[in-house]
Design a protein around this ligand. Sequence first.
Ligand code: SF4
Length: 307
Amino acid sequence: MLDDVYKEYGGYFYVPMTQGYSVAVPVTIGCSWDKCLYCDLNQGNRFKVLGLEEIDKRLNILYKFYSNRRRPVERVVLAGGNPFCLNTDILMQIIHLIREYFPHVKNISSFARADDILRKSKEELLALKKLGIGELSIGVESGNDEILAFHNKGVTREDNYRALKRLEECNISYSTYIMLGLGGKRLSRENAIDTASLLSMLNPQVIIVVTLVLFKNARLVEKVRRGEFERLNTLDSIKEEKLLLENLQMKNTIFNATHKTNAIILKGKLPEQKAMLLRKINKALEEYDLKSIRNRDIYRWKNWSLE
Ligand code: SF4
């Protein structure tokens, strides 16, 4: 029944980690930027916006699918690489449509890039919040400008800072994705320290930690082959995570490093559980021997192509 709703997304249908229990409403296919070196999430899909009529059709199917549930739908996520790139008027029309089908919705989330947020005024963001926008998910990735520029992220540390501060001023909650290993071997320390310093000036609800994976179709593969980027091994990515965590000074944030790309699974509240998380990392560092790390690397990367 739902195949028709998500037909363009193929095997790469993804929503923010914090939105696993939200109903995903297709809004865009692919990402409006689609230039980050490490990314192959869009699988060659050119960016496309589904029109209101098409969204309406799919909402109709979703409505039928969820109508016999005991609890009404209260959480929705706009599906697509960055549906928040749409202008405010269109987003508002989409939200009104969603509310016609799911009147009990309390939160509407979306992936968003910093520039998608910065294109919206504070007034526009407040209007979207009033309609239920919250728990946005922003791929900050790194707090270091050299790393962001190398990977062609298209936004700077300052852009990320200004965008997230603007959300905070509008009281719109958000999570940030950050990526271990994005600086490779050369900029591992900078990735940890600069990302920690950026996040420490902000107040995300959740920090989602992922580890760089060399996807077969990502543009990064060429850079690795040419020796322009050296990936961290598993041990070094754990060390980077330790440095990141040591330098994070958060006020009230969940540190969620449970993503499947990570070497160790960690989750805890900051600042309260920082010492516990560091103890787990230290234990992992003590227990890993080189052989198991090498085997683990081979096991971990074999499906995702190698340089
Ligand atoms: S902004 Fe996100 S989805 Fe778009 S290309 Fe970059 S990593 Fe991929």
